[in-house]
Design a protein around this ligand. Sequence first.
Ligand SMILES: *Cc1c(COP(=O)(O)O)cnc(C)c1O
Length: 411
Amino acid sequence: MDFATRAIHAGQDADPTTGATIVPIYATSTYTQPAVGEHKGFDYSRTVNPTRLALETQLAALEEAQFASAFASGMAATSAVMNLLSAGDHVVVSDDLYGGTYRLFSRVLTRYGLSFTYVDMTSLERVREALQPTTKMLWLETPTNPLLRLIDIAAVAGLRRTGMIVAVDNTFATPYFQSPLALGADVVVHSTTKYIGGHSDVVGGIAITNDAALAESIKFHQNAVGGVPGPFDAFLTMRGAKTLAVRMREHERNAQAVATFLSERDDVAGVMYPGLTTHPQHELARRQMRGFGGMVSFTLHGPESRALDLAKRTRLFSLAESLGGVESLITHPARMTHGAIPKEERERRGVTDGLLRLSVGLESARDLIADLRQALDATRYEAGAPADPGIGDPPNPDRIPATQSAGAPTA
Ligand SMILES: *Cc1c(COP(=O)(O)O)cnc(C)c1O
């Protein structure tokens, strides 16, 4: 079956007891058993719940996989996958990644004896150099966040040694545009809070695999640790996921239009969108993905204050963390999503103070572009003005512009 059909039908059988067409919200923690040791496969809702099970079946089908475990958040799903490792294990991680993942790895999991090496995985050579005898996992996010670079999943998976797990955070691309398991990954993780839920009204996560042993271990941890979503959250996520195909097509169309508009402005320094032919990995994106997604990042000419000012002036693009909902959002990664990463480390990775990230929603593209145009015009910055402080160096309002300074030396 095709993607759109799977999204609507997988796991969505009519309710066996009433015929309800839509999977009910099974708000129950426990299940009545006719006799000791006899039940219908449901005993306690941390372990298994029919609404959650329907969601897991649906999302496994979207990744064309056999097994999925749902969690209360993307981070809980990531944490469950990391539970596959043991003290002493080493992980190679793509360095341009979700700030919360970096926080989990660097501030929580290192205390449990895991070690991490962050590398620019757009270079296979760097990944190869980072491998240690104890390396047990390769963790990658592509397109990367927030710089929207691409990692060649098949090539990185090709470096896997026996017993090593290749895990991909597929949140940005979604299963509609990218299938990491088919490219050689062992496990896929999603923050379903984003595109899969799609309406910014529920937090959730999922871990998906075709490997029965990994699936069993993740299921074990789901039950043992207990980071499960409630049935209402599972219901909302499932409802959102039914329209993933139509939404992603429209997100992409709008993102392409916004990226093209931005790239034609002379006060925009750079636009990052895999769908632009100027993107350094556009060819890889065409090969590895079935579309380019709805995220666009860009840098402005001018000081950081201009980026902050612009983020305040957009009206349709709400200034907010997160992404993937029907409404458009604008984020200043350095101070918001990636604030957990030390400034020096952040800048080394290219997440500069002048960078803005857009989650392009499903409003009319014309209205979105008009909104960005008014915000850009209102903060217009004349490149080459005498007191050009450059990105990342806030202007000093007390500084006298060189042209007015009567010959005084300027710093
Ligand atoms: C949001 C996000 C996460 C974390 O998911 P939560 O649902 O917020 O816990 C992980 N990875 C990526 C790429 C994300 O965007």
